[in-house]
Design a protein around this ligand. Sequence first.
Ligand code: GUN
Ligand code: ZN
Length: 433
Amino acid sequence: MTTAKAYRAALLHSLGDPAEVGIDASYEYFADGLLVVENGLISAIGPAPELLAQLPSDVMVEHFPHGLITPGFVDTHIHFPQTGMVGAYGEQLLDWLNNYTFPCESQFADAAHAETVAEIFLDELLRNGTTTALVFASVHPESVEALFAAAHKRDLRLIAGKVLMDRNAPDYLTDTADSGYQQSKALIERWHGKGRLHYAVTPRFAPTSSPAQLTLAGQLLEEYPGLYLQTHLSENLKEIEWVKALFPERKNYLDVYDHYQLLGERSVLAHGVHLCDEECQRLAETGSAIAFCPTSNLFLGSGLFNLPQAERFKVNVGLGTDVGGGTSFSLLQTLNEAYKVMQLQGHKLDPFKSFYLATLGGARALRLEDRIGTLQAGSDADFVVLDYHATPLLQYRLSQARDFAEVLFVLLTLGDDRTVERTYAAGGLVHQR
Ligand code: GUN
Ligand code: ZN
């Protein structure tokens, strides 16, 4: 008696970054494929007729005749305590933080509130096909506790951390350099490496952390192997001016984080909308990644991320929804906006590059490409079934497509949570539309 299960549908996964290996070598596609899952891992992938012939007769096969199976999506930047304030009207970054974000996040001092929202948040990730996210909690350790406990129960691969913020924010929402350090330490010891959870040291951004707090953030990274670092970088022009005024001795915004030894292979910096070449060079040298957050950058009027510049310097780039600055949990909708951000700069975003960003690119930004982001045998069985017939328009439009590249482009442009028929994490069904 085997515990294996098999899923028959069209299959697509990325093999590399189209910017490095070219479009044709960047993906593998089976029009009639089979994905075999065993003990929470993918055990085989290939053409259905071939694999079915070798499959033991007791293995259950589920067939999705108008489905496309892809790896679960990877969201490299999102704020769990901003779930209740998505779509806040009328402000750019700094006023938006003061008027909407900080009051909303203050509610997470209450553990019961944090527990309620953690379930809503994870439901929403899975409804949208996101199986791994790098998540900002609030400044309250209770918020991290609630999120990790909820994710652990569902056996999700998730990275999160408590916000460090000891200045330039309301008193009700600040820690101190020392309390932030101690609280982070306790959370790391409790959660980092438990199940599929990882901890991210999370200074909100340079303006809200004192030099003492940034120093201790760097110290945490030294003390515990495998920790992540997440923060914000060069999102908004007024923010950048503020950082210059607060850290006049630093060469540029990135250099603040560099100085406090916060850059490295597990460092993910959100936005990077206004980077100079020197900053890109340094991001690449240190192996740090940028989370490209198009819906947020448009909604908050922050600017247009220059993906070709990042590619030129070989900076690792993943995709972020940045909810609640971003307006959708859907990485499909995020790609729809990413395409427009490129159009406004005179560039095309190829659908296979888009798909890479939402899957393997995100996994690489998080240094998890040996576990997630593809359908390679041995990977975690974190995958989604997308439905070509999700809406009447999608079904009709796809029937007019001339080739698979067009199918993929239309799917990424029109797709949203309705497109995600099922989501699997570690081989278990965690969402069914
Ligand atoms: N910069 C500092 N904090 C935030 C935040 O919560 N959202 C965004 N988009 N940018 C930030
Ligand atoms: Zn953010």
